[in-house]
Design a protein around this ligand. Structure first.
Ligand SMILES: [Zn+2]
Ligand SMILES: [Zn+2]
Length: 403
């Protein structure tokens, strides 16, 4: 069956490639995806879907009712959200093919052009024959990269306007074989938080440290102590990361001056809400305790950016069934490793059960036959457009299908 679905997409592959390359050539960053959103809305309307625009500024949501009625209220009232991200990155593209970015300093280096095209492909196919019960919401969101577009859509009423019983997402993965799928139940991507610690003392003459208080000693102790949180507070069964990304103090030309202030900034990654609470609490306790021990003051701030991405067990099983029906069990890894990166689809999964799957973009990063996301030579692989679109259709069959 699955292979029939793939061949059903073959006649539309050219159109999907054209859409993908058009979006790639015209990359738009967080909340500025006006051209992309207009293109998406126009296509969806043209295929007969009911389209809503303006959520989170440039968000587009299209609704499609299934034509099947089972008489079972729960089944007929069921709604599923399928989500793609539309935004590009602030990066100068170094590719020179015809569809390379026309905008200086902006690039689709994460494949969101492909994600948008794949979900459009699914919408077109399903609108032509909505052979399912219940309804679908196709969610095209802005600002996945660092700006939390999913969170903003939710704050602006996404799930009140478009109630969803489950939500699904998909991302391409360079280095994973072409058209293979990878997923895991439970935590799959990390929470990504940012912390800032400022130690303040009197500073003073480098020759007379006893005359004042020295925030550099507190800062040095603190940087080392952050790793004790990982080694001594986080369970050895769990994974977590704390890294320092920025230290600033004093002046290069004044090695004989003890600075009065040291600023340290870093990232904290965790996979469970409890571990996230633990990192936040322990960083603060260490900052306060170390400041007290060194006779300096401290200002410590922990900014929660993206929550951990947690796949629900039932929806992950459905996603695995859909991918397996499409490409065969040998091409589906249902127990893939966690990633330490973050993804703002996690905000949707905080509210609704769902599953986020990876689709192989092909090649090998090691031998240079592919480029990783967020690098200037990356390109989404058009060879997976129809597989990705067909995955969405197969997922709808598994979720809302009537046999
Ligand atoms: Zn990205
Ligand atoms: Zn991405």
């Amino acid at each position: 069956m699955g292979y029939d679905l793939l061949s059903a997409f073959a006649p539309h592959e050219g159109e999907l490639i054209a859409i993908r390359r058009d979006i790639h050539k015209h990359p738009e960053t967080a909340f500025q995806e006006t051209r992309t959103a207009a293109l998406v809305a126009e296509k969806l309307r043209g295929w007969g879907l009911q389209v809503h625009t303006g959520l989170a500024g440039t968000g587009v949501v299209a609704t499609l009712k299934g034509r099947r009625v089972t008489g079972d209220k729960a089944r007929d009232g069921r709604s599923i959200g399928l989500r793609a991200d539309m935004d590009a990155l602030n990066l100068q593209e170094k590719n020179d093919f015809a569809h390379a970015s026309a905008y200086a300093g902006k690039m689709h280096a994460c494949g969101h052009d492909g994600h948008t095209a794949m979900l459009l492909g699914a919408a077109r196919h399903l609108a032509a024959d909505p052979d399912f019960a219940g309804q679908l919401h196709f969610i095209f969101q802005p600002a996945e990269e660092g700006e939390g577009g999913a969170r903003v859509m939710i704050e602006e009423g996404l799930f009140e306007k478009f109630p969803c019983d489950a939500v699904y997402g998909m991302h391409n993965m360079p280095g994973t074989p072409l058209g293979h799928f990878a997923i895991r139940p439970g935590a799959m991507m990390a929470a990504s938080d940012t912390w800032t610690t400022v130690f303040r003392g009197t500073g003073g003459h480098g020759a007379m440290p006893h005359m004042g208080s020295d925030p550099t000693m507190a800062a040095a102790a603190f940087v080392t102590a952050t790793q004790q949180i990982i080694a001594r507070n986080v369970s050895p069964q769990h994974a977590a990361v704390i890294s320092v990304g920025h230290i600033a103090a004093g002046a290069y030309g004044s090695p004989n001056v003890i600075p009065s202030q040291v600023t340290i900034r870093g990232t904290a990654r965790s996979y469970t809400p409890a571990d996230r609470d633990l990192l936040e609490r322990r960083l603060n306790e260490l900052a306060q305790g170390i400041a007290a021990a060194h006779g300096v003051s401290v200002e410590h701030d922990y900014l929660r950016r993206y929550p951990p991405l947690v796949n629900a067990a039932a929806q992950t099983a459905i996603a695995i069934r859909a991918a397996t029906a499409l490409v065969g069990a040998d091409k589906v890894d249902g127990d893939t490793e966690k990633l330490t990166g973050a993804e703002d689809f996690a905000f949707m999964l905080e509210r609704k059960p769902g599953a986020y799957i990876l689709i192989g973009n092909g090649g090998s990063v090691a031998d240079g036959s592919c480029h990783y996301v967020h690098t200037p030579h990356y390109d989404f692989n058009d060879a997976i457009l129809t597989t990705g679109a067909a995955y969405w259709v197969e997922l709808v069959k598994q979720e809302l299908g009537v046999s």
